[in-house]
Design a protein around this ligand. Structure first.
Ligand code: TYD
Ligand code: MG
Length: 467
């Protein structure tokens, strides 16, 4: 019998190679290919007689369920993002760019929980005990009973956290520093990260402790030791923010125990992260409503309305190919709006540079922002400031029609709460609230919007052409 050849398997995507290579052809990741024994796995051919399986009892979907027991931190923005607190026996991954504030957030959470009498263990693999203590002092958390260890070896960590009373919450900062004796690879590699995380998840499931894993996002926007970790854990949260701005957003990407479209908003201060309970006020904070090109978008983040200003600058270009620059929105979506404006409204922007910015460094992902973007663009081109007390929302289709969006009532309620007197919204919007002093301007299609803002559509089209 021929000697079975060993095979080389990418630890990131599972592609099998005949030879070792630095880069995987399947997923393009580097250093993820590991030699494996084909006799060890499923379908490895003759050689080993498979063990006879044990039958497990089948059950039905209906039956007794237990409510996921949660540990509430009392930091409401964090509890909101996790869906009501950390679930016992589950593992949560908190990802984010280095320096964004993950350790700060978790130290604050740890301190809040320790004050409630929970047993919290914070394992730092990146910083020495003295550094963590310094941060705790800065956060006013130094007097709490958070148990601290600076350790990176998986077996040592497991022995430490299994020792004594069961912890309510274990924080591992970060998974990239974990290394295990059992995995034959350097720390930070996929194999090591995966082995470490697996061991931590197993501990959480066996003991019922909540496990929080911190993971750094690499330049490509994935957590190093990549996607392998995301599908293993019960919840994935990303901590995002712009270095130029003080606020941070905790966004839920995956949650087996709660909604995935929630966000928590924080502001970084010199004493740590402060909760922002009304994000709209933050994003509208430094508004100059008298200049053309600014429209307030009434957006939604999960169940929460967020008002944010969309700014556009349309200026004659001096280049052969005009510039299109977008911050905080999808650039292909902008191209689409520009095309619809040109095709259906005669607004020609071929000789203009277009800059679009979402204020405060915020990122909009909703198509509902189309109407606000179109309004800002037309306003800037026409040099007419939009009414300062109006909000805009609605999706624009390729035919130029303005389509209704969900949660109209919540958007309008938030706008009214913040003192906006009216809204431009899709004509077919359902559930318009009755009463109140607010004015709703229903927009049928894009030409309708353009004529309302710029007066005559024709004038605008020609004007841009003559320049
Ligand atoms: P940190 O939590 O260490 O980031 P991460 O763990 O995600 O790498 O936060 C680091 C940044 O936050 C650092 O640049 C300093 C800043 N910071 C404050 O502005 N105020 C504070 O109270 C703390 C603790 C940190
Ligand atoms: Mg850190």
């Amino acid at each position: 019998m021929a000697k079975p050849k060993t095979q080389f398997v990418c630890q990131n995507c599972g592609t099998v190679h005949n030879r070792w290579a630095g880069k995987c052809d399947g997923c393009g990741e580097w250093n993820t290919i590991v030699e494996e024994d084909p006799m060890g796995g499923i379908g490895s051919g003759p050689g080993k007689v498979p063990k006879k399986g044990r039958a497990v009892a089948l059950t039905t979907l209906s039956g007794e369920t237990e409510h996921a027991p949660r540990v509430h931190t009392g930091i409401s923005e964090l509890d909101r993002a996790t869906g009501g607190g950390f679930v016992r026996g589950s593992a949560v991954l908190i990802g984010g760019d280095p320096g964004i504030g993950k350790s700060t957030l978790l130290m604050q959470a740890a301190a809040a929980l320790a004050r409630q009498g929970h047993r919290i263990i914070y394992v730092s693999g990146e910083e020495a005990v003295a550094q963590v203590r310094l941060r705790a002092q800065r956060l006013g958390a130094a007097d709490t009973d958070v148990l601290l260890a600076a350790e990176t070896n998986v077996e040592d960590i497991l022995a430490t956290i299994a020792d004594g009373k069961r912890p309510d919450l274990v924080i591992i900062d970060s998974i990239q520093t974990l290394w295990s004796d059992t995995a034959d690879a350097a720390p930070g590699t996929v194999t090591q990260v995966r082995t470490g995380v697996q061991a931590m998840i197993r501990f959480a499931k066996q003991t019922g402790a909540a496990m929080v894993l911190v993971g750094h996002v690499t330049k490509e926007g994935q957590i190093a030791g990549p996607r392998v970790v995301e599908h293993m854990v019960d919840a994935v949260l990303y901590f995002e923010g712009d270095r130029g701005h003080h606020y941070r957003i905790l966004r839920t990407v995956k949650n087996r125990f709660g909604p995935t479209d929630e966000i928590g908003v924080f502001e970084m201060s010199d004493k740590g992260l402060r909760e922002v309970t009304n994000p709209s006020e933050l994003f509208l904070g430094e508004r100059n409503s008298k200049s053309p090109g600014a429209a307030v978008f009434a957006g939604m983040e999960g169940t929460r309305p967020v008002l944010v200003e969309v700014q556009a600058l349309v200026a004659p270009t001096s280049l052969g190919t005009p510039r299109r620059a977008v911050v905080g929105w999808d650039s292909s979506r902008l191209s689409m709006i520009l095309a619809v404006l040109e095709a259906h409204c005669g607004v020609r922007l071929g000789q203009h540079d277009v800059y679009l910015n979402v204020a405060g460094g915020y990122r909009i992902s909703e198509p509902a922002a189309d109407l606000a973007v179109a309004s800002a663009l037309v306003s800037s081109l026409a040099g007419v400031a939009l009414p300062a007390d109006y909000v805009y929302f609605g999706e624009i289709s390729l035919s130029g029609a303005v389509r209704p969006v969900s949660q109209t009532a919540q958007r309008l309620k938030e706008a009214e709460k913040l003192g906006f007197a009216g809204a431009m919204l899709p004509a077919t919007s359902a559930e318009l609230p009755k009463g109140g002093n607010a004015r709703w301007t229903k927009i049928e299609d894009l030409p309708d919007l353009v004529s309302r803002i710029a007066g005559s559509v024709k004038k605008l089209g020609k004007g841009s052409d003559d320049d």
